[in-house]
Design a protein around this ligand. Structure first.
Ligand code: TPP
Ligand code: MG
Length: 549
């Protein structure tokens, strides 16, 4: 028997409508009416199957009417409720006509819960005032006619969700055992060539200041772990450089030759150990003092001479309070390490008309001290890591796990959290292609970020590995890129192409003062694949002496 259906509606429509009715039965709000609808549709279907053709028609019409009723019901659930505004940033100055002033706000909803989210405010509403929050359970944003102090909840579901917010869990602070700090002091007092490596989680501006105080009092050279370069002022005379990809060979030698290695807060993984070569595992030649909050990390790969389980902040406070070691055997080593760090930044020639050494030097000179620099993963980032001097805590956002595209998203979050600070997002072309659509978010929230895209037309890092391991066998690493500057303009951001070094400083100036997102598209010579070798160099070296597999 052939199934028939109502006018203009395919039979699958009303069959699915029935199924939907059954599903909605579980929804306490809709339960009653949908059960009735389902029952009626069931009767009509049975009649239709029993040979009454009109029943198909009636079922279709019924389903149609039922869905209209449902839409109406959803509409009815859009309602205004009074809420108490607790805090709201001033609205943005109008971006362009028709643009809505969204601000971050906190308000107390009628159920007593405190909510946070982006809200739509016509004029600055004072904390404590009652505002109207519009909710819409269907998930569609409804913009009501606005009056002063009227607020629309954009995080639509948040104002009406029946579930409580997830409680914040603060990780307990673990204090170092005083006896272990005394042991640390004794080990250090007996050292000839100590080196400190700082990194990991749990840092604060105070913790960083305490570390600096400890380093100064004891003339210690301090290196920062991979992509944790902002826990020690890179301009400090005791700064020795960063321990990660593309480490300064002189710093690597200093760490290998150290007799006491004090590692504070950092996990001893592949990046910070030069692939487990700077320290022999499991028993390192250096007497290892490992200060870390996680019991699981201590002794996991390396057997330390002293393992101190403690949070970073109290550890640094305890170190700062230690009596300085008199006339240390290593005096002068911090200054030597810092000189080697500076020498490592001496500009080297690179192919093409765009010189990234000079460009990062321009960033160094021009950017305010509290600028946040966000980057992703790729060889393009090595110029930034090696040449930028991170001056203060929380000025570097970079993926410890090497995830590409991080520089875009991290910059957006940073600028949203710190609208008054300069934020630069430093990306490769491959990286930017992974998250570049978030330019729309930056434009939407009027986040004046400077996006830099270093475009070498390829996944350069992977090409580097190909040339080292399989010279001249290029596979799937070329990229066909859009005109990134034009793309930025299409999003509503500023966009400029920079193909020569001398164009960069004025373009940066315009981007910094644009008052909205701006993208600088840097056209890099394809040969500039690493900081010290071109594609041709790598190919030549690999052909002359094939890399061990
Ligand atoms: C999400 C993700 N995918 C893949 C990789 C592996 N990977 C590391 S660097 C890289 C290429 C980066 O290309 P680009 O951003 O253009 O920088 P370049 O190396 O050319 O300087 C790839 C694919 C990664 N780190 N993260
Ligand atoms: Mg690239």
């Amino acid at each position: 028997m052939k199934l028939r259906h109502g006018p203009k509606l395919p039979r699958t429509y009303w069959l699915s409508r029935m199924l939907r009715g059954w599903r909605l039965d579980r929804n306490p709000v809709r339960r009653g009416s949908d059960r009735a609808e389902t029952a009626v549709l069931g009767v009509l279907l049975a009649a239709f199957l029993a040979g009454a053709p009109f029943a198909g028609h009636a079922a279709g019409s019924w389903a149609y009417a039922a869905s209209a009723r449902e839409a109406q019901a959803q509409q009815a659930r859009v309602h205004q409720v009074p809420a108490t505004l607790l805090q709201a940033a001033s609205p943005w100055t109008a971006y362009n006509s028709g643009d809505a002033p969204y601000v971050d706000a906190r308000w107390r909803a009628p159920d007593g819960q405190v909510r946070t989210g982006q809200v739509f405010v016509l004029s600055a509403a004072a904390a404590g005032s009652t505002v109207m929050v519009w909710t819409n359970q269907a998930g569609q944003l409804t913009i009501p006619p606005l009056q002063d102090t009227q607020v629309v909840n954009r995080a639509d579901q948040a104002a009406t969700a029946a579930v409580a917010d997830v409680a914040r869990v603060d990780v307990p602070v673990v204090q170092p055992a005083p006896a272990q700090i005394a042991q640390l002091h004794a080990l250090l007092a007996g050292a000839q060539r100590p080196v400190v490596i700082a990194g990991g989680s749990g840092w604060s501006a105070q913790g960083c200041a305490n570390l600096a105080c400890f380093a100064e009092a004891n003339a210690l050279p301090v290196a920062c772990a991979f992509r944790n370069q902002d826990v020690f002022d890179n301009r400090h005379p005791n700064y020795a450089g960063d321990v990660g990809i593309g480490i300064n060979p002189k710093l690597a030698a200093r760490i290998r030759d150290a007799d006491v290695l004090l590692v504070i807060g950092e996990r001893l993984g592949e990046m910070v150990t030069g692939g487990y070569t700077l320290l022999a595992a499991p028993q390192s030649k250096q007497a290892l003092i490992h200060v870390h909050p996680g019991a699981d990390e201590l002794g996991r790969v390396y057997q330390p001479a002293l393992a101190i389980q403690t949070s970073v902040a109290p550890a640094c406070a305890a170190l700062a309070a230690l009596a300085p070691i008199d006339a240390p055997a290593w005096s002068g080593s911090a200054a030597a390490a810092h000189a080697e760090y500076l020498a490592w930044q001496t500009p080297q020639p690179m192919p093409g008309s765009l010189d990234l050494w000079q460009i990062v030097a321009t960033l160094r000179e021009r950017l305010p001290e509290d600028t946040i620099l966000a980057s992703g993963a790729g060889n393009y980032a090595t110029w930034l890591h090696r040449l930028y001097r991170y001056p203060a805590f929380r000025t570097q956002l970079a993926p410890y796990n090497g995830s590409m595209g991080y520089g875009v998203a991290a910059a957006i979050a940073a600028k949203a959290a710190h609208p008054d600070r300069t934020v630069v997002s430093w990306n490769g072309d491959g990286c930017f292609l992974m998250n570049g659509q978030e330019l729309a978010t930056a434009v939407q929230y009027r986040l004046g970020i400077v996006f830099v895209v270093v475009d070498n037309g390829m996944y350069g890092t992977i090409r580097m590995h190909q040339e080292r391991q399989y010279p001249a066998r290029v596979y799937a690493t070329d990229l066909v890129n859009p005109d990134f500057a034009a793309l930025a303009r299409a999003y509503g951001a500023d966009g400029e192409t920079v193909s020569r070094t001398d164009q960069f400083a004025p373009a940066l100036e315009r981007a910094l003062t644009a008052g909205r997102p701006a993208l600088l598209h840097l056209l890099l010579d394809r040969q500039a694949i690493t900081m010290n070798a071109t594609i041709d160099d790598l190919r030549r070296q690999a052909t002359a002496a094939p890399a061990p597999r």
